[in-house]
Design a protein around this ligand. Structure first.
Ligand code: 2HA
Ligand code: ZN
Length: 275
């Protein structure tokens, strides 16, 4: 068996998958993560020159051909990645023609990349157009955020505003708001395309009655983004549990002040008051 790699990104993958599991966001095999690695990052792995197995991607990923992705395995549990990363995670290279993923490290007992790998790759491709530093895509099932998709209209403006107003942190961390796709069957190219289309404008996308997709430039930032969104949703749940009547709230004027103070631009379509 290959020895545990020295890769910082593999350690980060272990860390965020286990933390996400401990939060209760990854029952059974729920959740998946992919991290795009550069050539420099590869030296932390044992030899990655040989293709051990190939997987058909089922769509044209030539926009990222030749790129390497560390990814969690299909059917594998976030609870376990930290204990057995060489079984539950794999390092794949996208083939030159963009049709296959070539396994270069990991998945040592025969695992495949996550069933959501098309959504991950399509999201990486879209985010790379917006910001070449983006390299992490994470999916999980944050309880309170998923609950919102039952009690609220599936409207990007109203859900973004609700979450912004639950804590001062929200607008600063996700000033563009939350993208939402309709409910769709997971693991399909269709949900991948719909998610990636939202990723043109948002770093967080709600999958109603299922979970969240978030992107970022490193594992901590991406994980922190999900934590912040879920914390806002948790505060909303607690408000409802305390009877639901709100005596005071963060106003739109205060949202503008927050944006100014932290040097971010709140989505102008979601703010009621414009200077
Ligand atoms: O990886 O969460 O959406 C298991 C899932 C599928
Ligand atoms: Zn899921």
């Amino acid at each position: 068996m290959t020895l545990f790699s020295e890769s910082k990104y593999l350690k980060d993958l272990c860390d965020i998958t286990f933390s996400s599991y401990e939060h209760g966001w990854d029952e059974r095999n729920g959740g998946n993560v992919s991290i795009r690695l550069t050539e420099d990052d590869l030296s932390d792995f044992d030899d990655v020159s040989e293709t051990k197995r190939e997987y058909d991607l089922g769509f044209d990923a030539s926009a990222v051909s030749g790129q390497y992705f560390l990814v969690t395995g299909s059917g594998r549990y976030f609870r376990n990645v930290i204990k057995r990363p060489e079984l539950d995670a794999g390092l794949v290279r996208i083939s030159d023609d963009g049709s296959k993923a070539e396994l270069r490290w990991g998945f040592e007992d025969g695992a495949h990349p996550t069933s959501e790998f098309p959504t991950h790759l399509m999201s990486h491709i879209e985010r790379l157009k917006a910001d070449s530093s983006q390299r992490v895509v994470m999916h999980c099932h944050p309880t309170n955020f998923v609950a919102l998709s039952f009690t609220q209209d599936l409207d990007e403006r109203s859900i973004s505003r609700l979450l912004w107003k639950m804590q001062a942190e929200s607008l600063v961390v996700f000033p563009e708001g939350i993208g939402i796709i309709p409910y769709m069957t997971p693991g399909t190219n269709e949900i991948g395309k719909a998610t990636a289309a939202k990723m043109a404008d948002y770093r967080v996308v709600m999958w109603p009655h299922h979970g969240i997709f978030a992107v970022g430039s490193d594992p901590d930032e991406t994980y922190g983004l999900i934590e912040t969104v879920e914390k806002a949703a948790l505060i909303y749940s607690q408000i409802c549990a305390q009877g639901g009547s709100v005596k005071q709230e963060i106003t739109d004027e205060q949202l503008h002040e927050l944006a100014d103070a932290f040097g971010v631009t709140g989505n102008p379509e979601f703010l009621d008051w414009n200077k």
